[in-house]
Design a protein around this ligand. Structure first.
Ligand SMILES: Nc1nc2c(ncn2[C@@H]2O[C@H](COP(=O)(O)OP(=O)(O)O)[C@@H](O)[C@H]2O)c(=O)[nH]1
Ligand SMILES: [Mg+2]
Length: 690
């Protein structure tokens, strides 16, 4: 792979008009949307620079994003830059909206990871970097907000290297000056390849200045480090370094290009995205080093043989335009009105923030929105062969937070499920479920904010107002003692009456046994044809026991009874079963059972003690902890916890893990619950029943 040069790929030369895609990713508030704004401004795509704070940026244009001042879904904008077409995808930073970030990363040629200049914050990059590295996506780390950074760049590099398995290559060192307030401020940078010094301006390209003499030792040291790292993947450079020969700049540029494209190194650039500082340097690095579409298709094992093929990575439902499938064209050209793989391609649109511009055709490399191709969803390709699922498209993370929803207006229930289906198609990390056990409609997702945004959308876009509640826990009850019970049902109503008489024995069974019915009738004292009715009657009445919950783990034996040749019926035996249980069960010392889940919490190791305390504080029983496989500096803590304690646990986990901790659960067992909590649950379910 390393020897593929840009020149050998058709259309693969900077300035050839090819279309490349770059994802701008990184944590919430690291400055991605501001950086996009500066890129659009610096390339002339917009005439004035908006700001995320004032709500005037091209990114974050959706009403849910504007309202919160944070990205809640991906934003796409394309620009012309020095004879090439570029599409930048600004993705949400919060882990709750991470699915959109991964979807954009799946189709990009390269990623820019926008980092806060704070070593203690690098841990929040871990989930993102893990996805990027696992998928071998070439990426640049852009250390942002360098204007106000107080940290030394070498400390920042050391911190970043702890979470990166790729070798980091610092390409610039900052020029600092004592500011009026006594702190240091960054006023420019030295480019370590060209060894030129630049002074930042508040807007526009930086000025070339003379190399500050006092910076030379630091510049030399950083340059040597850069070359040494590059030489790990290039023997020619290694030999030159050993023999103390100064390498040609062209060799350094070539190594940077090849090693970046092969995802062997991750270059690190510095800047301040909200004031264009370092933005042109970043653009130039991307221009020279970002792989072209054919190379990316090869990395993804997608065909790029010139025949039309595209992949949908995001669906949007718009009230006027209907379903829009955001796609990347991997190969060939797509034209308006064409039929591909049985799907008629209608209007082609090019997104620019919230705006959609009509275009007549889309070429390989481009991002295009298809209108009303209803069959095409995210994670699918469309070609002459039809619609096929993409194997490596990111799967949705399992949900960690749920709410029970009900339409404020009962007539809206059908509308609600239809709207939910659309919202989930836009964001597959949301899901919903009709829970039969508790008769609830559950909306599940990645956190509190994630669901709030979904509920906002339900109201604003689909006009369905909902009420939310914490989901109910599916409690059960069982018995601790056995008993025998005699029940007789007898009615005389006009013509023939009703008669059934049964004797049953009720006995507790071990946990997990469910309900078992035993028939010990001899001599036909209860006729064969009525016995299933007894069993059915018992089953129906075990749905709600004396404590108001379904009764489990018990055996009921029918051992005696009487019948009447005219008056007995299935109905009367069912009634007798009901009486037998309602009189028998309360004598059996019923007890509440609560579901206990096995929980595995994944978080940065430094948070492990806090995670353990949090679990203990929620009636959890710690089972142990271990390093999280494949994640350096992360642990997994496992525990047994009551389901009731998990409902809002993610909120607390996020708050002790800088927002990146997560967990998964599986049902483990039912456990007896007594005392005040049990009394409260029984009372609540009685109130609900009444
Ligand atoms: N000092 C400074 N602030 C910045 C810079 N870039 C962004 N910001 C501020 O950081 C905040 C978050 O920026 P935004 O672009 O919305 O971050 P995002 O969540 O990553 O998209 C805003 O208040 C920006 O004005 C920068 O380079 N320097
Ligand atoms: Mg943003």
């Amino acid at each position: 792979m390393n020897d593929i040069k840009s020149e050998t790929i058709p259309g693969g030369r900077p300035g050839s008009g090819a279309h490349r895609v770059v994802a701008l990713c990184g944590p919430y508030l690291s400055g991605k949307t501001s950086l996009l704004e500066s890129i659009l401004y610096a390339t002339g795509a917009i005439g004035r620079r908006g700001s995320t704070r004032a709500g005037t940026s091209i990114g974050d244009g959706a009403p849910e994003a504007r309202k919160r001042g944070m990205g809640t879904e991906l934003n796409v904008a394309s620009v012309d830059y020095l004879g090439d077409q570029w599409t930048f995808v600004d993705v949400p930073g919060s882990i709750e909206f991470q699915h959109d970030a991964f979807a954009a990363l799946a189709v990009c040629d390269a990623a820019v990871v926008v980092c806060e200049p704070a070593p203690e914050r690098v841990v929040v990059l871990a989930p993102l970097l893990k996805y990027i590295e696992d998928n071998r996506i070439p990426h640049i780390l852009f250390v942002n907000k360098i204007d106000s950074a107080e940290v030394r760049v070498r400390d920042m590099m050391a911190a970043l290297q702890t979470i990166s398995t790729r070798k980091l290559v610092l390409r610039q060192v900052p020029i600092r000056r004592a500011a009026a307030n006594g702190a240091d401020e960054t006023v420019g940078y030295v480019d370590l390849v060209s060894e030129r010094a630049y002074r930042y301006k508040s807007s526009g390209a930086s000025d070339l200045i003379e190399m500050p003499a006092e910076l030379l030792p630091r510049e030399n040291e950083a340059r040597r480090e850069m070359l040494e790292t590059l030489s790990e993947f290039d023997d020619t450079l290694l030999e030159q370094l050993i023999e103390d020969i100064a390498p040609e700049k062209s060799l350094i540029y070539r190594d940077l290009h090849d090693e970046f494209g092969a995802d062997q190194i991750a270059p690190v650039l510095l800047g301040a995205g909200d004031r264009e500082n370092g933005v042109r340097r970043l653009l130039k690095a991307l221009r020279h080093d970002t792989p072209f579409v054919a190379r990316t298709a090869e990395r993804r094992a997608l065909p790029s043989n010139g025949v039309a093929m595209l992949e949908c990575f995001k669906v949007l439902h718009q009230s006027h335009a209907g379903k829009l499938s955001l796609c990347r064209v991997w190969s060939g050209t797509l034209s308006e009105g064409q039929t591909l793989g049985g799907q008629r391609i209608g209007t082609l649109l090019r997104p620019f923030g919230q705006r959609l511009d009509k275009i007549a055709e889309a070429k390989a490399g481009e991002i295009v929105a298809l209108a009303k191709v209803d069959a095409l969803s995210a994670g699918q390709t469309l070609s002459a062969a039809g619609i096929v699922a993409t194997e490596d498209f990111p799967a949705a993370e399992p949900p960690v937070f749920g709410l029970s929803l009900s339409a404020k207006n009962r007539n809206d229930e059908v509308k609600l499920t239809a709207a939910l289906q659309k919202i989930i198609e836009e964001d597959p990390s949301l899901s919903y479920e009709q829970r039969a056990e508790t008769h609830e409609l559950l909306l599940k997702g990645q956190g509190e904010m994630h669901l709030k945004v979904a509920i906002d959308k339900l109201a604003a876009r689909y006009n369905v107002a909902v009420e939310t509640q914490t989901p109910r826990v599916a409690y059960r009850e069982t018995i601790q003692l056995g008993t025998q019970q005699h029940a007789r049902y007898k009615r005389q109503t006009g013509g023939h009456g009703q008669f059934a008489d049964i004797k049953i024995e009720i006995k507790p069974l071990p946990r997990g046994s469910g309900f078992r019915f035993v028939d010990k009738i001899v001599g036909g004292v209860v006729p064969r044809n009525f016995i299933p009715a007894v069993e059915e009657g018992l089953g129906e009445n075990l749905k709600e026991g004396p404590l108001g919950q379904p009764v489990v783990d018990l055996e009921v034996t029918l051992f005696d009874g009487q019948y009447h040749s005219v008056d007995s019926s299935e109905m009367s035996f069912k009634m007798a079963a009901r009486i037998a249980l309602s009189e028998g069960l309360p004598k059996c010392k019923p007890v509440l059972l609560e579901p206990i889940l096995k929980v595995t919490v994944a978080a940065p190791s430094e948070a492990t003690p806090r995670i353990q305390r949090l679990i203990s504080g929620r009636r959890g029983q710690l089972l142990g902890y271990d390093a999280r496989a494949g994640w350096s500096g992360w642990d997994e803590v496992s525990a047994l916890m009551p389901e009731a304690e998990i409902a809002d646990m993610i909120v607390e986990i996020r708050s002790v893990t800088q927002g990146v901790g997560t967990f998964r659960t599986e049902f483990d067992h039912l456990q007896e619950l007594v005392g005040r909590t049990a009394d409260r649950i029984v009372e609540e379910s009685k109130k609900r029943a009444a």
